[in-house]
Write a protein that binds this ligand. Structure first.
Ligand SMILES: [Ca+2]
Length: 390
């Protein structure tokens, strides 16, 4: 038969069309949503270099991490912005650098802060967590309390968000180590998310000093790392504990589409890469399955991708209607999603369009929402009621 270019093109197009149809499953895909009402934003600070996380000290001053490896301390009242000294050596490249930040709930007594970062070199690196005492603008007694194993190469998928639980233990997310074809010891990095002898692709739980809680779910299982709390995550970039409901929520990046919001329970498996709504960046399916017995379905799937980042549950007096709702930042979405909850059920979503890549969002001690934008000239922005906007 003579070669028929038009027939070939038709056949090829049909294959591409079929393979790009999004997988179907039990979860409704979230697309565009209506804009939230009654809010405005004001820029508090500009010129932050790829800021990643912000937290408040009990005196109201803010700590801000910058991914290239700096920590800032900011007094909004006086406008004073200083560098914090004494950080450890940090591997800063791509997604790696100085990342998340938490203040110890009992900071006034122990002066402790916690931060995550990429530790090592381009060839051999790992997500690490450290604690240190903060005295003025200076870190002292820096102590690394967690290192994710195995080490990986490259600058992708460190995860590294943290959250305190009610009992004073600490959750830390660890990314799966990188996209296909990235591998470690001949195994695709992403496969480690299902392997209990690796921290990659997990949320782990440790005590405030790095020791391991006795009631961790896999602590008595042979061959399992005792720090593991939940399994099967690709790259959790937002993690929050709701003190009121006792629930833990996490958002994570899919590769192409299929970003997820999950309700996190200790011992549960969130499926990556066995079940996913996500596709390879070049279009093909990663898995035929979006759901499987023994694996948790996401609560929301964002396709197209939001590239979620930063997650907070709002409790405060400034936005009374938003109480109990989740706010999830979006890098690619350049917006914040308000996720309206009733109990653990999602009733709907709204968008707060920011127009910049949103890296972190937190509820301030004053009841306002604060966010960081991810750019080289990153901003600290406060969300205020529209009526307060002059
Ligand atoms: Ca999942």
């Amino acid at each position: 038969m003579r070669y028929q270019p038009s027939l070939f093109l038709l056949y090829f197009s049909l294959i591409v069309l079929y393979s790009c149809k999004m997988p179907e499953g039990p979860v409704t895909l979230s697309g565009d949503v209506a804009e939230a009402e009654g809010w405005a934003s004001e820029i508090i600070l500009e010129g932050l270099e790829h800021p990643w996380a912000l937290e408040w000290l009990p005196n109201g001053w803010m700590l801000i991490t910058e991914r290239p490896g700096r920590m800032k301390i900011f007094n909004e009242e006086s406008g004073q912005l200083d560098d914090v000294s004494g950080l450890p050596q940090i591997y800063s490249d791509g997604q790696g650098g100085l990342l998340d930040l938490l203040v110890h709930p009992d900071f006034e007594r122990n002066s402790l802060i916690y931060f995550t970062f990429a530790l090592g070199t381009e060839d051999q690196n790992q997500t690490a967590a450290a604690r240190a005492e903060l005295h003025g603008n200076r870190l002292e007694n820096v102590e690394i309390i967690f290192r994710a194993d195995p080490k990986k190469s490259g600058n992708q998928h460190f995860g590294s968000r943290m959250a305190w639980l009610a009992d004073g233990s600490l959750l830390i997310s660890v990314g799966d180590g990188g996209n296909r074809p990235k591998s470690i010891d001949g195994i695709l990095s992403r496969e480690y998310a299902q392997m209990l002898d690796a921290h990659l692709g997990k949320i782990i739980r440790i005590n405030e000093d790095g020791s391991i809680p006795e009631d961790n779910p896999f602590i008595r299982q042979d061959g399992a790392l005792p720090e593991i709390w939940s399994v099967g995550h690709r790259n959790v970039q937002g993690l929050t504990f709701d003190k009121t409901s006792g629930r833990v929520w996490a958002n994570e990046h899919g590769s192409r589409g299929g970003d997820e919001l999950n309700l996190i329970n200790g011992g549960a498996n969130y499926g990556w890469p066995v079940v996913t709504y996500s596709r390879e960046y070049y279009g093909l399916k990663i898995s035929r399955k979006t759901s499987k017995p023994g694996m948790e379905d996401p609560v929301i799937v964002w396709t197209p991708a939001q590239a979620p980042s930063g997650l907070t549950v709002y409790h405060g007096d400034v936005f009374k209607e938003w109480n109990g709702d989740l706010f999830s930042g979006g890098l690619r979405g350049e917006q914040v999603r308000r996720i309206i909850l009733e109990g653990s059920t999602v009733m709907g979503e709204e968008a707060l369009t920011i127009g910049h890549r949103v890296r972190d969002i937190r509820t301030g001690p004053d009841g306002y929402l604060y966010l960081l934008t991810a750019e080289e000239n990153g901003k600290l922005i406060r969300i205020i009621p529209e009526a307060q906007n002059k």
